[in-house]
Design a protein around this ligand. Structure first.
Ligand code: UD1
Ligand code: CA
Length: 450
């Protein structure tokens, strides 16, 4: 059975009080809508259609940047959830299989829940709705059940007092055969309290046509939708709590879990150790047994087994640390590979570079990679020793087992095994320091008198 995801993401989200469309606000450092697409991956979808409206171009760009491989269906005017779903029809022309409707502002629907809905479809139900028992049903649509069958969904605004007492509510997630879903949506009318094409009305439509409908339920926490910045902040706390719990469950040691911040795609291996106050931005993988020490910030980085990062280190995109490599305090690594056992322990910048296995980069070393216009690479060979405070003016190569003297400015390649000295020779003037001091003191005394 093929599956297509239809993610509704056209709304502006007025209550966010933001110039940014709601679905582009970040949760776990991914735009909100991406979480719905990622949940949907549990169904191994063949197609993904994003229904966009407000900020459509920006949403499309964000989807591309994340490699989501989604088609964009523009809903120029937001005429309701049923109308929104229908906009996905042209993109799914020729597609045969199930469609799953998700909301771009509802990030926590679990893969297991979606799998449960797919089971209900396989059991023969034509339309499957995801419902939940609401602690406070508020303005949610209500599910009107007839035994195990779902008779219809009534929106709060259109509900009678009796119907408003129902606590089984509509999450918005719908699963049905795609062609059937579009057919049902075409029959919708905006003849209701909001004057909108309600997706929820497809249930009544389906039943009238002799099709079956049922509801699968999930925990209310999964259906949390984001409408305000306060809700987004709460969702972020929930996201972080879940990510921390999952890391612990997978065998990661978190010394102070509440102080470690995860991104949506952070991958930490078994027996990795994370000290307090570490931030993972997107694209980080830490292999088994690696240690991320306190106050480090990692983004787009791969840390191999047994490597140590920090305290106070920054790994930027393209940082690739080999097994047992060490990156110490106040060191920044960008777009650079460190070979097995290589060390950059103190106060250094290594960017656009490769550092060979077991090389040692001394304190205060800088790869001078940028001339203000272009960037250039630095290569450091295996077992090379870079003296403290070496400026490596790229493009430049320091060979295997080569050395640079402390304080050198290296502008030319250093052959394998060679020593490069790039600093002025030391000059000793006996007694000159004391004489200089006396001279300064006399000058100060003279000024104070006069
Ligand atoms: C909807 C459901 C309601 C359910 C609730 C759960 C309908 C008619 N009602 O109500 O039963 O309890 O969600 O949160 O479906 N959207 C578009 N284009 C549109 C309209 C909406 O893309 O024309 C998107 C919105 O951006 C949002 C989602 O669809 O992400 C839901 O729309 P919203 O207007 O918030 O629906 P509710 O009134 O909350
Ligand atoms: Ca809503």
């Amino acid at each position: 059975m093929k599956t297509a995801l239809i993610v509704l993401a056209a709304g502006q989200g007025t209550r966010m009080k933001s110039d940014l469309p709601k679905v582009l606000h970040p949760l776990g450092q991914a735009p909100l809508f991406a979480h719905a697409v990622l949940s949907g991956q549990a169904l191994d979808p063949d197609r993904v259609v994003l229904v966009t409206g407000h900020g459509s171009d920006a949403v499309a760009k964000a989807a591309e940047k994340l490699g989501l491989d989604a088609d964009i269906a523009l809903q120029a005017e937001q005429l309701g959830t049923g109308h929104a779903v229908l906009q996905a029809e042209p993109a799914l022309e020729g597609f045969g299989g199930d469609a799953v409707v998700l909301y771009g502002d509802t990030p926590f629907i679990s893969g297991e829940t979606l799998a449960g809905m797919a089971d209900a479809r396989r059991a023969g139900h034509d339309v499957v709705i995801l419902g939940f028992e609401a602690a406070d049903p508020g303005r949610y649509g209500r599910l009107v059940m007839q035994g195990d069958a779902l008779a219809r969904i009534v929106e709060f605004k259109d509900a009678t007092d009796e119907e408003r007492k129902l606590t089984l509510c509509n999450s918005g997630v719908v699963m049905a055969d795609a062609a059937t879903l579009f057919d049902l949506c075409k029959a919708l009318s905006p003849d209701n309290a909001s004057g909108e094409f309600y997706l929820t009305d497809i249930v009544g439509q389906a039943r009238a046509r002799g099709l079956s409908a049922t509801a699968v339920t999930c925990d209310e926490a999964e259906t949390l939708g984001i409408n305000t910045r306060a809700e987004l902040a709460r969702a972020e706390a929930m996201f972080q709590a879940k990510a921390r719990a999952a890391a612990l469950e997978n065998g990661v040691a978190l010394m102070a879990p509440d102080t470690v911040h995860f991104a949506f795609d952070t991958q930490l291996g078994r027996d990795a150790v994370v000290e307090p106050n570490v931030v993972f931005a997107p694209g980080v993988t830490v292999e088994t047994g690696a240690k991320i020490r306190a106050f480090s910030h990692l983004e787009g980085a791969h840390v191999s087994a047994g490597a140590v990062v920090g305290p106070y280190a920054r790994l930027r995109p393209g940082a690739e640390l080999g097994n047992g490599a060490k990156v110490g305090n106040f060191v920044e690594i960008k777009n650079a590979e460190l070979g097995e056992g290589a060390k950059v322990n103190h106060l250094s910048y290594v960017g656009d570079a490769s550092v060979g296995a077991a090389a040692n980069v001394g304190a205060g070393t800088v790869t001078c990679n940028y001339n203000g216009v272009e960037k250039f690479r630095t290569e450091i060979g295996a077992r090379a020793f870079i003296g403290s405070d070496t400026m490596l003016v790229a493009p430049v190569r320091v060979g295997d087992e080569a050395m640079t003297a402390s304080g050198s400015v290296i502008t030319r390649d250093v052959p394998d095994g060679a020593l490069a000295l790039g600093r002025t020779e030391q000059d000793i003037r006996p007694g000159a320091a004391r004489r200089l001091m006396q001279m300064y003191k006399r000058a100060k005394a003279k000024r104070q008198k006069g």
